[in-house]
Design a protein around this ligand. Structure first.
Ligand code: WTA
Length: 649
C-alpha cells in the first residue's frame, strides 16, 4: 500500500452524543455497547439467537452457525421464516394503522400507506406473480422508479420466495440484459415510466430493448407509475401484462411461503475487478437479522420517527435501509422519487420540513453538493424535526461532516458514518448514536458480531493496511451467483482463507476508531456508486478506433472520485468527435452515471516490462503529484508524453 500522511486523517475534535438524545436512545451507555459487543464476539450463537427471538419463525433453528465448510457459512439451520412476513404480518396485530410508507413523487404527488395497506398491496402483488406462473426460487428482475410499488414488488417476491434482482433505473439496456441473462430471470417487473429531473423516463422502452432475444424471460409485468395517466409504451402480446389489469381480481391476502433460513432472498449485481459484474447473493434469515438489528440500534428507530434513506432501491442501501431494515422495525419510511434539485435546489429540505423527517440517511457526495448549493436553501426551512443523520457509500471528508453537523443537524443530531458493502448486507462499522463520541471522517467502531482487523499484505496485524473481517456474520453474502470459485478466491483467497477480504484500506487510531481510506482494487467510487475500471475499458475498446484504454479514478470535489480515461487510438482518428462518441457508447452500454470526466489520447500507456499498466503513475499525473517509483517502467520516456497530453486536453 502507498504510504499516506496518517496524521492528516486524525481529527482532534470530537462530539459526544447530545444528552437529550442519549436518554431516549435504544442503547444508552458505552458500557452496554461494550458488554453486548463482547458477547457478540465471544458467544455469537447465544447473542444471535437472542436477537432472532425478537423476530417471527414458522419453525425454530436446530443450530445457529455451521462453519464446517468455510467460506460457505450457514446460519439458523433448518429454521423456517419469511422476511416479508416479518416486515408486515408481524406488525398487524397491534399496529395495523401505523403509517408504513409516505411517498412523494417528483411532481409533488403524495400518498401514504399503513402497515395493513402495504400488507394488502403486497399480498395482491404476490398473488399476481403466482398467477403469472412465478414460483419459489425463480429469479425476477425489477427495473422500476423509486415508487411504493417497487417496494411492494420486492416484498411480494420475498413473500412467495422468488429471488429478486433489482436493477438500478440508471442502467442502460445492455447492462440490464447481461444481468437478466446471468441470473436467467423468468420475469421482469417494470413500469411505464418514472419522473426524474423534470423528464419522463421511459423505462418500459429500455426493458423492451434489454429483453429482446433473452429466451429466459417469459413475462414482463408493467406497473403504471401514475393512477391518472398511462405513459405510452408498446405491449407485446402474450409476454407483457399490465399490473393493474392482472391484479384487479386478485385477493389481498396471501399466506407467506415458509422459507428455509438459507434459501436465497435476493441477488444484486455489483462491480468487480473484472469486466463482468457479479451477482452477490443474500439468504433469508441472516440478512433479515442483520438488517433488523443494525436499523434498530444504528438508526435508533422509535415509533414516532419518520425515516428517510435517500438511496435508490437499485443499490444495496436501498434494499437494506429503505425497505427491509426499517420495515422489520415497523418504522414509518419516507420515499421520494425524484432529483434533489427539482424544481429547485431546496427540494430535500422542503421535504424534510413538510414530512417532518426525523432520521435522514444520505451519501457524502449529496452532502457536498448541498454545501455547494448554499446554506440559504436550508436556513429558510424548519428542520427541527431532524434528530439523527447518517452517511454511507464513501469516506466522508471532515469538511462535509462538519457542515452536515452544523447546518443540517444544527449541532444537535448525532451523525452515524456507516461503513459496509453490498457483500456485507448490513452496516459493519458505525457509531451508535446515543453512545459513541464521533469524530469527523471516521466510521468509529464495529457493530455487534463484527470482528474487523487491519492487516499487512503478509497477514500481520497492523494499524494501517488492508481491512479484513475475522469471523462470519449473519448477513454476509452467501456467494456469487453461479460462481462459487470466484466467491472463494475473491473474498477468502487472501491470508489462507482466514479472513474476509474487504478490498478497502483502513487505519485505526489509538481509541480503536476505524478510518476507511477507500478501495485498494480497481473499483472507483463515483458519487457512492461502485464502478469497475475493467468494465469501462472493455466498453471503450469496443469502438473500432480505440486500440487500448486505461481508466482510473481521480479525486473529485463533489463526486469523491471522477473518471479519467487514457486511450491509445488509431492514427488519423479525430479526437474531438471521438470523445462524444465514446461517452455515448458508455452511456448506452452501462448508463450515464458512468460517463468519463476526461478522456486523454496518448501515444503510449505506462507499462511494466511484463506489460502491466501502471495505473498508479496515471493517477499521479492526473492528480498532479510527484511521480512515484518509475524504475519498473519498461520505457520511462512515455511518462512525459502522457503528462503533456493530459495538460493539453
Ligand atoms: C465504500 C455501499 C468509507 C467502501 C453500502 C466500500 C465507504 C464500498 C463507506 C461499498 C463509509 C461504503 N466510509 N467508505 N462510510 N461506506 N464505503 O457495495 O469503499 O455500493 O467497499 O455498498 O463503498 O460499496 P457498495
Amino acid at each position: 500500500m502507498e504510504e499516506i500522511n496518517r496524521d492528516s486523517f486524525i481529527r482532534n475534535v470530537s462530539f459526544p452524543p447530545p444528552e437529550g438524545f442519549k436518554q431516549r436512545a435504544n442503547i444508552k451507555s458505552f458500557e452496554e455497547y461494550q458488554s453486548l459487543y463482547r458477547e457478540s464476539i465471544q458467544s455469537p450463537e447465544t447473542f444471535w439467537s437472542k436477537i432472532a427471538d425478537e423476530l417471527h419463525w414458522f419453525s425454530p433453528w436446530t443450530s445457529v452457525l455451521d462453519e464446517s465448510d468455510p467460506p460457505f457459512y450457514k446460519w439458523f439451520l433448518n429454521a423456517k421464516t419469511n422476511i416479508a412476513y416479518n416486515c408486515l404480518d408481524r406488525h398487524l396485530e397491534d399496529h395495523e394503522n401505523k403509517t408504513a410508507i409516505m411517498f412523494e413523487g417528483e411532481l409533488g404527488d403524495t400518498c401514504s400507506w399503513t402497515y395493513m395497506q402495504v400488507f394488502q398491496e403486497t399480498c395482491k402483488f404476490a398473488n399476481t406473480l403466482l398467477s403469472l406462473g412465478l414460483r419459489k426460487g425463480d429469479r425476477v428482475a425489477i427495473y422500476m422508479p423509486l415508487v411504493p410499488e417497487a417496494v411492494f414488488a420486492m416484498l411480494a417476491c420475498a413473500r412467495i420466495g422468488a429471488v429478486h434482482n433489482v436493477i438500478f433505473g440508471g442502467f442502460a439496456a445492455e447492462s440490464i440484459r447481461s444481468r437478466i441473462l446471468d441470473s436467467t430471470a423468468k420475469m421482469v417487473i417494470t413500469s411505464d415510466g418514472g419522473y426524474r429531473r423534470g423528464k419522463v423516463l421511459h423505462l418500459k422502452d429500455i426493458v423492451d430493448e434489454a429483453v429482446h432475444g433473452c429466451d429466459c424471460v417469459e413475462k414482463v409485468l408493467v406497473v403504471r407509475r401514475s393512477q391518472t395517466e398511462l405513459l405510452p409504451c408498446q405491449m407485446t402480446e402474450g409476454r407483457d401484462f399490465w399490473y393493474h389489469e392482472v391484479s384487479s381480481n386478485k385477493s389481498s391476502s396471501h399466506e407467506a411461503e415458509r422459507m428455509d433460513s438459507e434459501d436465497l432472498l435476493f441477488m444484486l449485481y455489483t462491480s468487480g475487478t473484472t469486466g463482468k459484474p457479479k451477482g452477490i447473493v443474500h439468504s433469508t434469515a441472516g440478512y433479515m437479522i442483520g438488517t433488523y438489528l443494525t436499523t434498530k440500534y444504528i438508526f435508533d428507530i422509535h415509533d414516532e420517527d419518520v425515516y428517510w434513506c435517500t438511496a435508490d432501491i437499485g443499490w444495496i442501501t436501498g434494499h437494506s435501509y429503505v425497505v427491509y431494515g426499517p420495515m422489520l422495525n415497523r418504522a414509518t419510511i419516507f420515499i421520494y422519487e425524484g432529483a434533489p434539485n427539482y424544481p429547485n435546489e431546496g427540494r430535500f429540505w422542503e421535504l424534510i420540513e413538510k414530512h417532518k423527517v426525523s432520521v435522514f440517511y444520505t451519501a457524502p457526495t449529496a452532502i457536498r453538493t448541498f454545501m455547494r448549493w448554499g446554506d440559504d436553501w436550508l436556513t429558510r426551512r424548519d428542520l427541527s424535526s431532524l434528530r439523527l443523520l447518517g452517511s454511507v457509500g464513501e469516506p466522508i471528508n471532515p469538511e462535509a461532516w462538519m457542515w452536515y453537523h452544523n447546518v443540517v443537524g444544527q449541532q444537535k443530531c448525532p451523525i452515524v458514518d456507516t461503513w459496509w458493502q453490498t457483500e456485507t448486507g448490513a452496516i459493519m462499522i458505525s457509531p451508535l448514536p446515543g453512545v459513541t463520541t464521533c469524530k469527523p471522517g471516521t466510521a468509529t467502531l464495529p457493530f455487534f458480531g463484527v470482528d474487523p482487523v487491519i492487516l499487512t499484505e503478509e497477514g500481520e496485524e497492523t494499524d494501517y493496511g488492508w481491512l479484513a473481517i475475522r469471523k462470519p456474520w449473519p448477513s454476509m453474502l452467501r456467494g456469487i451467483y453461479g460462481n462459487p470459485e470466484r466467491f472463494k478466491q475473491g473474498y477468502f483467497g487472501h491470508w489462507e482463507g482466514k479472513y474476509y477480504y474487504t478490498s478497502d484500506g483502513a487505519m485505526k487510531d489509538s481509541e480503536g476508531y476505524y478510518y476507511i481510506i477507500g478501495r485498494l482494487d480497481d473499483i472507483v467510487n463515483v458519487s457512492g456508486h461502485r464502478i469497475s475500471t475493467a468494465e469501462l475499458e472493455g466498453v471503450l475498446i469496443e469502438d473500432p478506433v480505440v486500440v487500448e484504454a486505461a481508466v482510473i479514478g481521480v479525486h473529485h470535489e463533489i463526486k469523491g472520485q471522477g473518471l479519467v480515461g487514457f486511450l491509445i487510438i488509431k492514427e488519423g482518428s479525430d479526437g474531438q468527435s471521438l470523445v462524444q462518441r465514446l461517452n455515448e457508447l458508455v452511456g448506452n452500454k452501462i448508463g450515464r452515471f458512468s460517463l468519463l470526466d476526461k478522456i486523454v489520447f496518448v501515444p503510449e500507456l505506462p507499462k511494466t516490462r511484463s506489460g502491466k499498466i501502471m495505473r498508479r503513475l496515471l493517477r499521479d499525473i492526473a492528480e498532479k503529484r510527484e511521480l512515484g517509483n518509475i524504475t519498473t517502467l519498461a520505457d520511462p520516456n512515455v511518462i512525459e508524453a502522457i503528462a503533456k497530453q493530459f495538460k493539453d486536453s
